[in-house]
Design a protein around this ligand. Structure first.
Ligand SMILES: Cc1ncc(COP(=O)(O)O)c(C=O)c1O
Length: 436
């Protein structure tokens, strides 16, 4: 059964179950079956191109959905965690992830974080020569054997359509610029001097990055690994971490994440990646979760100002920060439902859909053709399963909505699982210093 039909069932059931009420006018929902379908598609796509016995660790970029039960669910589907902060590492550990299913990437790891990762046996990718120098000292003083350690490379191939998501521009802040003068030789020497350095990592960019450019980045990574191994006369680089970044179609429900197309493209662009000599790590985030989640908000008021109809809802920058602050890069589809949770019908009216935050730009859709909205109706912000409700913005001290996983099928009652409880007012007050 397809995603939109399951979504409609979930909206009705969420109202019946009072997950969304007049007093609790905002909720987030995640289609657990949809998440499972994505995980299965990812495994299948790489299984179709990898060599028999080739080690592949798919990890989920925790920043895309930083909720402990989601990490646990994905772990159950055979997907580990890529973490980029001590907090994300704590979430992965709270979800019960084994150390060898976690990879730590971050450009600003403190010495204590590095020491903790080494002690826990968590693989990590160093982001800079200075971080590598810190690792030198730590590895020398560590009595235990170090976990897999790698180096992040910026292949400097250029950006995609969203600057802020482009991590392979000439001056991007991540990794070591491969094309900078002397960098390639420096990297080769770094590996020759450090037998414990066994991985290369790159993440070319996220949403808005052409698959061809992502594959070119992986090609550059593989060529570097071949050069290092040839120079060492041994298999020094054993594993390539190819990052995440697959784009999501925010414009329709029709296009599934392009896992299979990307795996095929990688196989054409870098056939050596799949001959079984290298272990692989992937770090997909958005493509695993985005399509399965949506934010549901009540319309509190409607009005017309300067000839423009405006629906004032409870979903704004606090749950859709990218869309509100960079609407051209992050447009969202909005679905309209009536107060009973039935899809609302037209004729469409061009209107703004506003959030509750106190600044004029707090709009999740501008001049959008939608069925006329009335107070008590609902709007669903679609494709928000990644990077939206799981990473709220604290402006205006608005309560964080509950996040509810669901399994919906016609003929059977929709089942909900709490993934994050709705925040209470006293929890909010404490978070904002109330206990100080
Ligand atoms: C190092 C790294 N890996 C993986 C990802 C996940 O990217 P995406 O959610 O686009 O798949 C990111 C995103 O910022 C990242 O920085």
């Amino acid at each position: 059964m397809v995603l939109p039909l399951r979504r409609d069932l979930a909206v009705r059931a969420a109202l019946e179950r009072r997950l969304l009420t007049a007093d609790r006018p905002l909720a987030a929902l995640l289609d657990l079956h949809g998440v499972q379908e994505s995980a299965t598609a990812l495994h299948g796509a790489f299984a179709a191109v990898t060599a028999p016995g080739q080690e592949v660790l798919h990890t989920f970029a925790v920043k895309a959905g930083s909720l402990v039960p989601v990490l646990r669910l994905l772990d159950g589907f055979g997907i580990g965690c890529e973490v980029a902060s001590p907090g994300e590492l704590a979430l992965a550990r709270a979800a019960g992830l084994a150390a060898d299913r976690i990879v730590l990437d971050s450009p600003a790891k403190t010495e204590a974080e590095l020491r903790e990762a080494l002690a826990l046996g968590i693989a990590l990718n160093a982001d800079s020569p200075q971080e590598l120098a810190r690792l030198d000292a730590l590895v020398a003083s560590e009595p235990v054997s170090a976990p897999p350690l790698g180096l992040r490379i910026n292949p400097q191939l250029g950006g995609g359509t969203i600057d802020a998501m482009s991590t392979a521009t000439t001056t991007a802040k991540f990794g070591i610029g491969l094309r900078d003068p002397g960098a390639r030789e420096w990297i080769v020497r770094a590996f020759l001097d450090r037998p414990w350095l066994t991985r290369l990592h790159c993440h070319v960019g996220s949403q808005g990055m052409a698959l061809e450019r992502m594959a070119a980045g992986v090609r550059a990574l593989w060529e570097l690994a071949e050069e290092i191994n040839a120079a060492a006369g041994a298999r020094r680089v054993t594993t390539l971490d190819i990052g995440g970044g697959l784009p999501v179609d925010f414009a329709s429900d029709e296009t599934p994440p392009p896992f299979a197309a990307y795996a095929r493209l990688l196989n054409e662009t870098v056939p050596g990646l799949f001959d079984g000599r290298y272990g692989l790590v992937t770090e997909f985030g958005r493509s695993l979760l985005a399509k399965s989640g949506f934010i549901l908000a009540r319309v509190e008021y409607t009005k017309t100002t300067g000839g423009r109809p405006i629906a004032v809802t409870h979903a704004g920058a606090q749950v859709a920060v990218r869309t509100v602050f960079a609407p051209a890069s992050w447009p969202l589809r909005i679905a309209a439902y009536d107060a009973e949770g039935r899809p609302k019908k037209g004729p469409d009216v061009r209107q703004d859909v506003a959030g509750p935050c106190c600044f004029a730009g707090d709009l999740v859709a501008r001049d959008r053709a939608l069925p006329p909205l009335d107070p008590g109706d609902l709007v669903a912000l679609l494709d928000t399963g990644a990077y939206y409700f799981s990473t709220p913005f604290g402006y205006n001290a608005l309560l964080r909505p509950g996040v509810h996983g669901y399994r919906a099928d016609p003929g059977t009652p929709t089942v909900f699982t709490t993934l994050r409880r709705p925040q209470t007012m006293s929890e909010l007050v404490t978070e904002y210093g109330g206990d100080c």
